[in-house]
Write a new protein. Structure first.
Length: 332
């Protein structure tokens, strides 16, 4: 089956795009990743976990969490929360008539995507007239951290045997606040350096969970020439934003992300490859000024529905020229 629109990713804007496309009568497919989850999806999972753990947070329960907390347990809890969020998203999309595929997508051409599932060990080819990339971003460490301070990456934090006694989380916006709250509930003395001046609910949850929130590293004694050993303090760096695009095979369709892994788009969020769009936080630059995910989805849908199609004879001629070029270059 060929779809009108295929959406890749589990960022908030990707789900909004699928809902709006289905509501407009478009045949829509959605590729939800199994492993590469956007920062937004991680934030939803952390919000769910912190809220559930904070309910009836008595002294006895606090003592139990502090005794039982290990990196492996926290990893399993987080994976379970992500699975619950994904299940709810699938149920919503399927009620709207969207075909959902679980797996890691990779472009074969500008209108074809291969989705490989690690659960069922299957490879599905999805063909669509238009493809929307909404894979979101992930949080990572900056290339040049503060001086020579010992920083840890988010990916490696859950690989240890024991939780640290204290931890400083640098940045990360909502993700950093959610992660700091989660760790604080398990007895880790957590501080969050948050330079974002927003009143998000995750910052409120962090305060309720006992996280120390500051707005500059100097308030915690972190300076460029500071010498801190890992035994004294552990620091988790979430200040860098990286687009989730390296696994998509974008060079195969002539798209090259910027140095942050994010997409550059023209008006209506269309990339330089016709029929392929970016949406949400994975877009690093766009000629379109729309910021809200719903407005972005509406702009993309408007572009798709009002595109001036090439005449049939012109499409055939262009395909013939492309095949002749492949023959002459020895590709066929």
């Amino acid at each position: 089956m060929r779809y009108d629109i295929a959406i890749i990713g589990n960022d908030e804007a990707a789900i909004e795009m699928a809902c709006i496309a289905s509501g407009a009568g478009q045949r829509a497919a959605m590729a939800l990743p199994e492993q590469r989850h956007s920062s937004w999806m991680m934030e939803q999972a952390l919000r769910r976990l912190v809220t559930e753990l904070s309910v009836d947070y008595t002294a006895s329960r606090r003592s139990l969490l502090r005794r039982s907390g290990t990196p492996r347990l926290l990893q399993r809890l987080l994976a379970g929360a992500i699975s619950s969020e994904t299940t709810e998203a699938i149920e919503l999309l399927e009620r709207l008539g969207v075909d959902v595929f679980l797996g890691e997508p990779r472009f074969l051409s500008r209108s074809s995507v291969a989705i490989t599932s690690g659960i069922s060990c299957q490879r599905t080819i999805v063909n669509a007239n238009n493809i929307v990339i909404g894979t979101g971003v992930r949080r990572a460490a900056v290339h040049r951290p503060l001086g020579l301070l010992p920083f840890r990456r988010v990916e490696s934090f859950f690989e240890g045997q024991n939780l640290p006694e204290s931890l400083i989380v640098l940045g990360g916006a909502d993700f950093g606040a959610g992660l700091a709250s989660f760790l604080s509930l398990f007895g880790v003395h957590t501080s969050l350096v948050s330079r974002e001046n927003n009143d998000c609910d995750l910052l409120e949850l962090a305060e309720d969970a006992g996280v120390q929130i500051v707005h500059h590293p100097a308030e915690l004694g972190l300076t460029d020439d500071a010498s801190v050993s890992l035994d004294d303090q552990q620091i988790l760096d979430c200040r860098r934003t990286v687009g989730f695009t390296e696994h998509l095979g974008l060079p195969a369709i002539g798209i090259e992300p910027d140095e942050h892994g994010q997409l550059w788009c023209a008006a209506h969020l269309e990339t330089w490859c016709s029929g392929v769009f970016g949406i949400g936080s994975v877009v690093g630059f766009s000629a379109d000024v729309a910021e809200h995910s719903v407005i972005q989805a509406e702009r993309v849908l408007h572009r798709i529905q009002h595109r001036i199609r090439r005449p049939h004879f012109l499409r055939n001629r262009l395909e013939t020229v492309a095949k002749l070029e492949q023959v002459s270059s020895g590709q066929i």
